[in-house]
Design a protein around this ligand. Structure first.
Ligand code: ZN
Length: 352
């Protein structure tokens, strides 16, 4: 028997620069009395903290080697910062005391401090971010694929001018709040994008499908536009899902919606429609669908049950023979009365 995998929770860390990211930078900050947290930092950290993020500070403090301050001074400053930020906890401060000319492996943009932190904690790298006011604060994350958010305050001097931005730079914010908003938005999107695929032949989709097949769980498939999600759609999908264990939706690509419904449609883009569907617990996978009929998709998926809405006769559907050929079933579900995207749009137009 294989030993049970340790299921300890891995930390989602935001690796933060310190001076001019968390606090005002008076230059070689060695006096805790001079600690001033920048506006918006505390509130933003608290929000991220409540959403499950934890924080580690990686900071260059060459003032130690230069003799302007001691390691103890820096320690006291860090403690003061932590006190100011409470109840948010900074897990740890990793400090490089060296100067550029010392060529140590820990001074940012080198990755030494980050590597140490990754060694010391169990960290879920795909969920981490780097944040700081300079390129060199983000660069350590480059080789680990940790995305970097630059927080470039307007009043700050541009020390990165003329430098090549690091490859992991994903967003430039002008305040800490804006950086936090980006991180939370990204987390939201990533969470639902796990269910969204570019097409029925997307490798990731095929892997997912193979897993479903292996598990022997009954697969239900349907396709449609789902432009402005309404109760009728939700009821339809809820019932479709309850016919099996895994619900897969072929969601019409924007170009095909135009063709089917007119040039003003879709109201919501594919991305938005896919997010709406992926956010439903009973939806397992959504892929971009651009065929005129679901025949090709059904050939790939071979769902146990193919679901269609409305008052069709099974035998009249172009996919009828395909579904029959591998022993699948077709289920026609009635629409809920009084709901359609078209009627919602009409209602909005008449109420203006
Ligand atoms: Zn160093």
């Amino acid at each position: 028997m294989k030993k049970k995998k340790e299921k300890k929770h891995k930390k989602k860390i935001i690796f933060l620069d310190r001076d001019n990211t968390l606090n005002y930078d008076p230059g070689y900050l060695g006096n805790p009395e001079k600690v001033r947290i920048l506006p918006g930092v505390k509130e933003s950290l608290l929000l991220l903290y409540r959403m499950g993020y934890e924080f580690i500070v990686l900071s260059n403090q060459s003032g130690i080697t230069r003799g302007y301050m001691t390691e103890e001074d820096v320690d006291k400053v860090n403690q003061r910062i932590s006190r100011e930020l409470a109840p948010v906890e900074i897990l740890r401060y990793y400090i490089c005391p060296h100067r550029d000319e010392d060529h140590c492996p820990c001074r940012k943009p080198a990755a030494g401090l980050l590597e140490k932190a990754l060694e010391d904690y169990r960290i879920s790298i795909p969920e981490c971010f780097m944040a700081g006011d300079r390129f060199r604060d983000l660069t350590p994350g480059e080789k680990f694929g940790i995305p970097g958010v630059l927080i470039k305050r307007e009043e700050a001097t541009d020390e990165d001018a003329g430098l090549q931005p690091p490859g992991n730079l994903v967003f430039s914010a002008s305040s800490f709040e804006e950086a936090a908003r980006y991180i939370l938005e990204d987390k939201f999107e990533q969470n639902f994008k796990k269910k969204i695929f570019s097409g029925v032949n997307d490798i990731a989709f095929k892997n997912r499908l193979a897993r479903y097949k292996l598990s022997g769980k009954k697969i239900v498939f349907t396709n449609g536009v789902f432009d402005i999600l309404h109760t009728g759609h939700i009821q339809y999908l809820y019932h479709a899902a309850s016919l099996g264990k895994k619900l897969i939706i072929g969601l019409n690509a924007d170009s095909t919606v135009k063709k089917l419904k007119g040039k003003d449609r879709p109201v919501n883009s594919f991305f938005d429609r896919a997010i709406h569907l992926a956010a439903l617990d009973f939806v397992d996978a959504v892929f971009s669908f651009s065929e005129d009929t679901p025949v090709e998709s059904i050939k790939v998926i071979q769902p146990d049950i193919h679901v269609k809405g409305g008052d069709y006769k099974k035998e009249d559907l172009p996919e009828y023979q395909t579904v029959k050929s591998y022993g699948g079933e077709i289920e026609i579900l009635p629409f809920r009365n009084g709901y359609s995207t078209t009627s919602i749009i009409r209602k909005i137009r008449n109420n203006k």
